[in-house]
Design a protein around this ligand. Structure first.
Ligand code: R1P
Ligand code: URA
Length: 292
């Protein structure tokens, strides 16, 4: 089997993968990703015990136990480019032998749950509610660098989306990937479900106008109005499609959970983001502890 060169998979002097600064034995197979490095503490404060803590750049990780389940909480920073690093390195930690630098003959699937904040695109998905993303629809282009194959229904949805939004190839080639059904099924009661659109920025790419004009002023309305069969877009943020696309290609079980802090239709922002995030973290850990 082919050996992966030092330049392609960088392992530091501690024997840890370069960006995440984690060795294979320092990662749990149940993983919670958060955008904000400070949020890792909020997750691990609910652990029954903490085994290890590491940091390199914006990638902070705490690993410990919730009941009998080992969990790693790790920060990704903002955006799909960071997700490219995090998903590839998490996968390398379980599926590449760091001694031989070869892909292991038996592959491991990780459970990866994003606990993030998000903006709602629907009036009936108010601030302080929670969304479990059935799909990640990427406007960020990351998965166009990989060989993501979309099925017939996904291709039809994308075609209809491009026609409806008028987002042409000067801006992006949208892609779509879905949540792991086996993880999503645990997040039904108390959660809205819908398509989450992932944007490569917070301002222009999410239709926010401060001082700069934007190419597609109709974008928010078009996203809100879009339907395909029983599917509609509930919200947008900046990581879900990248997690779903790479997770699917690498064989991991991924879910994105969104704490709705802004409603772009009602033009509201939550008064207590911390309370909402704590609730989502506690509910996620409860599912991991009881059902995984
Ligand atoms: C933007 O403020 C950030 O918040 C959302 C977006 O996806 C983006 O990362 O998620 P997090 O709260 O997890 O960072
Ligand atoms: N995160 C985003 O990306 N957008 C929002 O509107 C809120 C949180």
């Amino acid at each position: 089997m082919q050996r992966i060169a030092e330049s392609e998979l960088i392992i530091n002097s501690r024997g840890a993968v370069y960006h995440l600064n984690l060795r294979p034995e320092e990662l749990a197979h149940n993983i919670i990703t958060v955008g904000d490095p400070d949020r890792v503490n909020l997750v691990s404060q609910y652990f029954d015990s903490i085994e290890s803590k590491f940091q390199h750049r914006e990638f902070i990780s705490h690993t410990g136990f919730v009941g009998k389940k080992k969990v790693t909480a790790i920060s990704t920073g903002i955006g799909p480019d960071n997700i490219d690093i995090v998903l590839n390195e998490l996968d390398a930690l379980v599926n590449i032998d760091f001694e031989t630098r070869q892909i292991k003959p038996e592959l491991t699937s990780l459970n990866i749950i994003r606990v993030g904040t998000s903006g709602s695109l629907q009036e009936d998905v108010p601030v302080d509610s929670l969304v479990a993303s059935t799909h990640g629809l990427g406007l960020d282009n990351l998965l166009n660098y990989y060989r993501l194959e979309q099925n017939e229904q996904e291709n039809q949805l994308l075609q209809s989306f491009v026609t409806h939004t008028q987002l042409n190839s000067n801006v992006c080639y949208p892609y779509i990937s879905s949540a792991s059904a086996s993880v999503l099924k645990h997040f039904v009661n108390g959660y809205h479900q819908g398509i989450t659109v992932t944007c490569p920025g917070f301002y222009g790419p999410q239709g926010r106008v401060l001082r700069l004009g934007i190419q597609n002023p109709q974008l928010i309305d078009r996203l809100t109005e879009f339907t395909f069969g029983q599917h509609r877009i509930t919200n947008f943020e900046m990581e879900t499609s990248a997690i779903y696309g790479l997770g699917k290609l690498l064989g991991h079980h991924c879910l994105s959970l969104n704490a709705i802090v802004a409603n772009r239709i009602q033009k509201e922002f939550t008064k207590d983001a911390d309370k909402l995030i704590h609730k989502l973290i506690q509910q996620t850990l409860e599912v991991i502890s009881n059902s995984f």
